[in-house]
Design a protein around this ligand. Sequence first.
Ligand code: PEP
Length: 250
Amino acid sequence: MRRPLVAGNWKMNGSLESIRGLLDGIKRGIGRVKSAEVAVCPPYVYLPETQKRLTGSEIAWGGQDLSTEMSGAYTGEVAAPMLNDFCCKYVIVGHSERRGYHAESDELVAKKFAAARAAGLMPILCVGETLEEREAGTTNAVVARQLDAVIALQEADALADGVVAYEPVWAIGTGRTATPEQAQEVHAFIRARVAESNQDVAEGLRILYGGSMKPDNAKELIGKPDIDGGLIGGASLKAEDFLGICTAAD
Ligand code: PEP
């Protein structure tokens, strides 16, 4: 039985004041969430405040990205041990905004996945196709390529220490959600792909859906057999909406 996970990706949003309100709002309502695991990924600079407010609660937290390196002359980067200093459990790797705006290759993302794992963090590996790729019928090929880069560097066993998030790029922040059937099809494909290398890891792997998930569509999506929760952008910025998705995942 895979425990559902709902993780909020706050991206580059908020201020110290608004982040405090959001953290407190989620904390106040978390008692309503019965079985799903809940995590939030604030901008790096708000991790100390997040740690301060969430320590002792049921809610986990994590980074939105990390460096492939553990330390050194990499201006602007944040290393896995630094995330450990603030007791992060998770770290997102390969988000489509990183792949797109920062030209992160599959190989670089695989190295980030490995760096997170080496430091004991649980990477949330984002995969997903663009609209052009879907329309060209290459969704599975794209997702397989992104997944295979991690498996090639680390073997499929490495995925036992991580989470995969299927995030069709055309659904992120657009209000255009994949149908539960479309999402389930890709989730099943991902699980089958991992099973080709390791059946046990595939069965235990949590595969989240991300892309305009909201309280009113979460239940139907997470109700599908291979959808084990969500990676939530926009709707995670309002405590009530985020908690609505978390309870839908129960
Ligand atoms: C995301 O950025 O990971 C995401 C899923 O965003 P949104 O929920 O806003 O589509």
